[in-house]
Ligand binder design. Structure first.
Ligand code: CGF
Length: 822
């Protein structure tokens, strides 16, 4: 362990940084300035470890993982970094003696939101685990100038506000101009013969300079510091009179524009691709730069490029980075001079692909004319990959043209990126057992049958260091007091809490912590929403991206149903419940945005109806993001994981809730299946169609929501309230679109495609079971404690160990710090 700074050394470092950065004394400094000063004090310690880690990697000539991802939703890092260098006590006390509160200082950090949701947060958890376990890895991504938009709610509607996370200098990043690379777009490819061989010359292109910025990724108290490398774009051509004179002014302007636009903004779509040219530019931009750098680094020590896979592995996080396959081929063929077979052998031993979704609208397919115009040389390579692959399909299935149509990479004027990834990788994995099974049996069945050895499952995980140790200090301390602190780096040790399941005192302490966290969330809600919520009510929470398949609509329709029962049925009573939502909708996703409006409209009516005695409250938390997520998970009693079975590949929010002692109300979908397996089905509230049933209805038909509407008066009443202005007096027709989607066939000929009405009653019954269960305080406490005690499997440390064992084959590295370092 690095020699730590004492409290007084931290104080001195903070004061001195305030002086050098701002020419001020600490008494004159603002909290923002103190945030910068503390960050630099912490960075100063990190730097030594960062250098030592990379020296060790060099010395041991380690194999390195490059985790390629368009998104890294790292969230704020100061708090985590302080924990990971083991200095939380010293920093907190130093700040307090200087008159500042650490939490307030942490709040000044912009939340680097370089991702949309699950996929980007998973990448961030993976980096945390890789460093903590001591595996050499780089995260490779994009330094978006604007990350995920900030969400404002105005009159119940979502309004998107740009997220200027780089408005002030970000203290933890480091520019590395020495590793800049040129990335080329457009133009044409000329073929020349040289020594009897074809040489491909790319000309008339536009290009940008990709310049990396490194962010330190700290392991937990182990001196390991890996890097998240995010690429910025700069113009290569500088304006000069010379260019102007030669008529290249236009070219110079174009390159300036290209550089500016390419990294401007993260596309705010989760599980849906927009098909925009700029998005493809972003993809090729960061992939080309990352691979160029990886190869240059490899060549510093090695001269046989054919052995690249022994020292390098590229993991492609979804289809977004899969242009890595032809880009690696390009470099091997055109720059390293390998022949096709050798280049292909290297590529298919170096690349691996993770699939995160079966939603067809999320699997990227690029129009060939766009792709070939933007990346002419890459396209030639894709054509050849496709030609050879089609040959092998024909060999495996002689005369079967349907198979060719189903599997070809180039088909119907499109480049099917997922198929290219599968063909070019040695490993294809899904992210939860059920998801991988669906891939093998349905979505990618043809590929599985042809290359079964590539397919494997890696159930997702989350880092307990952020989502318990940092997010829920009270519970983290309590757990460590009970069972020791092994769980921090070995979450399976948390099962020792099971010894306390029948210890009433322990269970009550556990619930007391939950209560205090509910009080903290209630205060947040009061401050941000000006709504009073009762911490003694059941906190029933659904926070995640807004998507129809995640069925926030089912949740709010059920709230309307309960409200109707309270109003109409004298015999009905319920335990007070606070329904909490948090969700961003993609800016162009109309139905999702309308659902947000519906939730807020229902909230307005219910929260202001004194006749129901506060039995129901509905809260929509604005701008759900990593930092407020931490407060939310810690305070949940019930975790809503209610996607239509088969649609949620894994989910990771479900695991964060579980870790913090919330009980799952969910369908048998994604990782819920494995959660239920861990806690036992009596300790979860499960409802709804199974994935097999959903898939069967989708294939064979046989579901008509109108039948349910006609038969069930309570459901009918709820649906009518969508069109009669009950919750939208100002515009009664406002929610008609939602009503129609539930009852009338869409362009695909199906109504209620997410089976909301079909699952409604079973969902309502699961809620009744919760209502009853919560009233037995002892039994509930036991069940809640059991969630935390059973979540060992869901650590991203476990997931990473599986990736390492089956796919990456990395070696653990120990980093020792010299005695006299800081
Ligand atoms: O990836 C997701 C998430 N929405 O980002 N997908 N994508 N694309 C899945 O839908 C989640 O189920 C999954 O947990 C996450 C990470 O694998």
């Amino acid at each position: 362990m690095n020699k730590r700074l004492s409290k007084s050394e931290f104080k001195a470092a903070i004061e001195s940084n305030i002086k050098t950065l701002y020419r001020k004394t600490i008494d004159e400094a603002t909290v923002d300035q103190v945030f910068q000063a503390v960050s630099y004090a912490v960075k100063d310690i990190i730097i030594d470890e960062w250098i030592a880690t990379h020296d060790e990697y060099e010395k041991q000539d380690v194999k390195v993982l490059y985790y390629m991802s368009m998104e890294f939703l790292i969230g704020r890092t100061l708090g985590n970094n302080i924990i990971n260098i083991g200095a939380i006590k010293e920093v907190r006390e130093a700040l307090s003696e200087l008159g500042f509160d650490l939490n307030a200082v942490e709040d000044k950090e912009p939340d680097p939101a370089l991702g949309n949701g699950g996929l980007g947060r998973l990448a961030a958890c993976f980096l945390d685990s890789l460093a903590t376990l001591g595996y050499p890895a780089y995260g490779c991504g994009i330094r978006y100038r604007y990350g995920m938009f900030k969400q404002k709610i105005e009159k119940g509607y979502q309004v998107e506000v740009p997220d200027e996370w780089l408005k002030n200098p970000y203290p933890f990043e480091m520019k590395r101009p020495e590793y800049a690379y040129e990335v080329k777009f457009g133009g044409n490819v000329r073929v020349e013969k040289k020594d009897g061989k074809d040489v491909f010359i790319h000309e008339n292109y536009n290009s940008v300079r990709a310049v990396p910025y490194d962010l330190p990724i700290l392991g937990y108290k182990n001196n390991v510091v890996n890097s998240l490398r995010i690429w910025d774009a700069e113009a290569i051509t500088n304006f000069s009179l010379e260019h102007f004179d030669r008529g290249e002014y236009q070219m110079a302007v174009e390159q300036e524009n290209l550089a500016r636009t390419i990294v401007e903004v993260l596309y705010p779509n989760d599980n849906h691709y927009a098909g925009k040219e700029l998005r493809l530019k972003q993809q090729y931009f960061f992939i080309s730069a990352s691979i160029q750098r990886a190869i240059a680094r490899y060549k510093e020590k090695h001269n046989d490029i054919k052995k690249l896979h022994e020292k390098v592995v590229f993991q492609m996080n979804d289809t977004h980075p899969t242009v890595a396959v032809p880009e690696l081929m390009r470099i091997l063929l055109d720059e390293e001079g390998l022949n096709w077979d050798d280049a292909w052998a290297v590529t298919t031993k170096t690349c691996a692909y993770t699939n995160h979704t079966i939603m067809s609208e999320a699997l990227e397919k690029w129009p060939i004319d766009l792709f070939s115009r933007l990346l002419p040389r890459i396209y030639q390579i894709v054509e050849e990959i496709n030609r050879r692959f089609v040959e092998s399909i024909k060999k495996a299935y002689p005369g079967n043209e349907e198979k060719v149509a189903d599997m070809a990479i180039l088909y119907n004027n499109q480049v099917r990126m997922a198929y290219m990834a599968i063909v070019g990788s040695f490993s294809v994995n899904g992210v939860a057992r059920l998801h991988t099974e669906i891939l093998k049996k349905q979505e990618l069945k043809d590929f599985y049958l042809m290359m079964p050895e590539k397919f494997n499952n890696k159930t997702n995980g989350i880092t307990q260091r952020r989502f318990l140790l940092h997010a829920n200090e009270l519970l983290a301390d309590w757990v460590s007091k009970k069972i020791g602190s092994d769980w921090i780096c070995n979450l399976s040790a948390i099962s020792k809490l099971k010894d306390y399941l029948d210890d009433e005192k322990a269970a009550m302490e556990f619930m007391d912590i939950k209560h205090r966290n509910k009080v903290r969330l209630a205060a947040y809600i009061k401050e941000h929403n000006n709504i009073e919520v009762d911490p003694d009510s059941i906190f029933d929470i659904q926070v995640k991206r807004l998507h129809e398949y995640k069925r926030q609509l089912l949740n709010i329709l059920h709230v309307m149903y309960l409200y109707n029962k309270l109003k109409d049925d004298d015999g009905f009573d319920m335990y007070p419940r606070t329904f909490i939502f948090g969700a961003k909708a993609a800016a162009g996703y109309r139905r999702a945005k309308l659902t947000i409006k519906l939730i807020n409209s229902v909230a307005d009516v219910i929260n202001n109806d004194s006749s129901i005695n506060g039995k129901i409250k509905v809260v929509f938390i604005e701008d759900y993001k990593v930092s407020n997520a931490e407060i939310i998970f810690a305070a949940a009693d019930v975790s809503e994981q209610i996607s239509t079975a088969s649609k949620e590949a894994s989910g990771t929010g479900n695991m964060k809730f579980m870790l913090n002692g919330a009980i799952t109300l969910g369908t048998m979908d994604g990782a819920n299946v494995e959660i239920v397996e861990e806690v036992g089905k009596d300790n979860a509230f499960i409802f709804g169609l199974s994935s097999d049933e959903v898939i069967k209805y989708e294939k064979d038909g046989g579901y008509d929501p109108l039948e349910i509407f006609n038969k069930d008066s309570e459901i009918r009443k709820v649906l009518m309230q969508l069109t009669n202005g009950y919750f939208s007096a100002e515009n009664p027709g406002m929610f008609k679109e939602i009503y129609d989607s539930l009852l009338y066939p869409d362009e695909g000929g199906r109504a209620d495609i997410y089976f909301i009405l079909k699952d409604f009653n079973s969902y309502a019954q699961a809620h009744e079971r919760i209502d009853k269960a919560y009233q037995n305080k002892k039994a509930w406490a036991r069940m809640a404690l059991l969630q935390t005690a059973s979540c060992g499997k869901f650590s991203s440390d476990r997931t990473i160990e599986e990736y390492v064992r089956d796919i990456w084959h990395l070696k653990k590295v120990e980093v020792k710090m010299p005695k006299n370092s800081k």
